[in-house]
Design a protein around this ligand. Structure first.
Ligand code: ADP
Length: 198
């Protein structure tokens, strides 16, 4: 069976970590736009050159460019059995792009995981990550800008998916394993199956 999933949550909510775990559990391809852009920047590709300054400022890469990158990735054979999107769509325009793409293939999202983490907790986690990993956008201004964009542009996309009844709101405070288990339980309650262990 296939699963087409999206994980949404503020910066510092742990969605990257949980996204990879859940993709692995359900046997689908994890697609993180942030990871794709960071890899392009490190490799110095033309895409990387285009997005470097934008990412460092914590601004959004233009929608058309981001959507084209995602479409290319989802069109590859390893996404045929499902995927988990992390970091995309991030605003209403990108929701429309994704919908158009999926509809064209006769597909739709099965579930949207909303990781719910209080603002103070997000900020505390991001400051720790800044100290530990030194990500170039984890500066005080970068973090504040990304959180503001999240609240203004990304949180509203959940309303679109809520009207479709596909959002599972998950408490994102707890141990990594506890949170993974909460997400798995919610997805299984929707009838999404984990592949049998090989
Ligand atoms: P975070 O959630 O901490 O902001 P991400 O890894 O998801 O980290 O994204 C890092 C950066 O990559 C964003 O600040 C933005 O510049 C760019 N980016 C990622 N996804 C998108 C997207 N869907 N649309 C536009 N820009 C994006």
């Amino acid at each position: 069976m296939t699963a087409r999933l999206l994980i949404v949550g503020p910066q510092g909510s742990g969605k990257g970590t949980q996204g990879v775990r859940i993709a692995e559990t359900f046997g689908v391809l994890p697609v993180s736009t942030g990871d794709v852009f960071r890899a392009a920047v490190s490799a110095g590709t033309p895409l990387g050159e285009q997005v470097k300054a934008i990412i460092e400022a914590g601004d959004l890469v233009p929608d058309e460019l981001t959507s084209a990158v995602v479409r290319d990735r989802l069109a590859q054979p390893d996404a045929a059995d499902g995927f988990l999107l992390d970091g995309y769509p991030r605003n209403i325009a990108q929701v429309a792009h994704l919908e158009e793409f999926l509809e064209g293939r006769g597909e739709s999202l099965d579930a949207v995981i909303e990781l719910d983490v209080p603002r103070d907790e997000s900020i505390a986690r991001l400051s720790r990550r800044a100290a530990e990993q030194g990500r170039s956008d984890d500066t005080e201004e970068g973090i504040a800008n990304r959180l503001a964009i999240y609240e203004r542009e990304t949180a509203p996309i959940l309303d679109v998916y809520r009207t479709r009844g596909i959002v599972d709101r998950i408490d994102g405070v707890g141990s990594l394993d506890e949170i993974t288990q909460r997400i798995i339980a919610a997805l299984e309650a929707r009838g999404l199956d984990r592949p049998a262990a090989a």
